[in-house]
Design a protein around this ligand. Structure first.
Ligand SMILES: Nc1ncnc2c1ncn2[C@@H]1O[C@H](COP(=O)(O)OP(=O)(O)OP(=O)(O)O)[C@@H](O)[C@H]1O
Length: 354
């Protein structure tokens, strides 16, 4: 088992950072109930871990006995949909955006099914079940409006926990019906001490300088830091302070795409980059991550004015990507626009020189 899964805290009391928030969550469940929640924060900040600890506090260790199920749905146009869910006797976790633009059907059916089913275990029984919806920022507006109506209708039988990285794409009507909980990214010191603790549990001696370097390279993403630390251990049995910390392959791959854009602005390069983007998508790298990393890498290669223009275009294409269905179109359009802007800047520079 990976360290990130093996050492995931299970109790609110064992959460080692944002302790006040953990305490507040515990107080929230004191009388055995809580409102609908909207948990948001950057990738790898520990949102899911906190939610699972909260459920454990409420229902006991039964929430850890997970089973994977496949649910089937039929759209109004008779299209058959299939979605995987993970859940226990007390909760169910679904990512409705797995079915793309048909997410509205999934939202309505899942909530209806859960609200109508009864719980068996009388000892730990609550009056409600919990539905955990992940990646809520990717839900279509249609699905979000359906969610708003359904969450009101079934408030007596179920509580909904929404988990997302960006609250700005969640409609205000949902935000106002939930208690919003922000989980900020852990600090470099928090990550360093978690890495040191995990290494100690694994009987691996981790030099403090190396732990700090891993924490800095992880972009304050705790999961990434734990994976990087484990990768370092696999590369070299005895960890040393001067050891290099390798980056994930996809990050290097995206850096190469950015340097291709800068090196040559042509149709042939664009076609090659399209293949590269497809490869990233096929390997399961989320398109938002591809977009953000590509933007960061592009900004390293340009001056302030060009950077401003690229950020402006990135905002436009990212917005379109969030609204549309085929990410590749918008990623490719952004690459083409970057090439265009870069070429314009080079031509202006050359004109000035002559
Ligand atoms: N308080 C904590 N102490 C130690 N480790 C933690 C803590 N919180 C989270 N982790 C570790 O960090 C990893 C990432 O946490 P989690 O999956 O909860 O993040 P997330 O914000 O839900 O991420 P994503 O948005 O990418 O799904 C977990 O695998 C877990 O091992």
């Amino acid at each position: 088992m990976l360290w990130a899964d093996k050492y995931r805290p299970k109790e609110l009391s064992s959460l080692s950072y944002h302790k006040q928030q953990a305490l507040d969550l515990r107080n929230l469940t004191k009388d055995g109930d809580f409102p609908h929640l909207l948990v948001y924060g950057p990738l790898g900040a520990g949102k899911k871990t906190r939610i699972m600890c909260l459920l454990r506090e409420l229902y006991g260790p039964g929430v850890d006995r997970l089973k994977v199920e496949t649910m089937n749905f039929t759209t109004p146009s008779n299209k058959k949909l299939e979605i995987s869910t993970v859940g226990s006797n007390y909760h169910i976790e679904v990512n409705p955006s797995d079915v793309g633009i048909n997410d509205r059907v999934v939202i309505m059916d899942v909530i209806k099914n859960v609200a109508q089913s009864q719980q068996l275990n009388a000892n730990t029984q609550r009056e409600f079940k919990v539905i955990l919806l992940t990646d809520v920022d990717n839900l279509t507006k249609d699905a979000q409006h359906a969610l708003r109506r359904t969450m009101e209708k079934y408030i007596a039988n179920c509580r909904i926990i929404l988990c997302t990285t960006s609250i700005s794409r969640v409609i205000p009507a949902i935000r106002s019906r939930c208690l919003c909980i922000r989980v900020p990214a852990p600090s470099i010191d928090d990550i360093t001490s978690i890495l040191t603790n995990v290494a100690a549990k694994e009987s691996v001696s981790l030099p403090p300088e190396l732990a700090k370097r891993i924490a800095e390279k992880s972009d304050r993403n705790l999961r990434r830091a734990l994976l990087m630390c484990e990768a370092c251990k696999v590369q070299k049995q005895g960890l040393v302070a001067s050891q290099s910390v390798s980056e994930p392959d996809w990050q290097i791959f995206i850096r190469n795409i950015a340097s291709k854009i800068v090196k040559e602005q042509s149709i042939a390069t664009l076609a090659k980059i399209r293949e590269n983007l497809y490869e990233l998508i096929i390997f399961g790298i989320p398109s938002e991550i591809i977009f953000n990393t590509l933007l960061e890498e592009m900004l390293k290669n340009c001056d302030l004015e060009l950077g401003r223009q690229i950020v402006e275009q990135a905002a436009l294409y990212e917005h379109r990507m969030a609204q549309g269905n085929k990410e590749i179109f918008h990623l490719e359009a952004f690459v083409a626009k970057c090439m265009c802007l870069y070429q314009n800047m080079m031509q202006e520079l050359m004109a000035c020189e002559f």
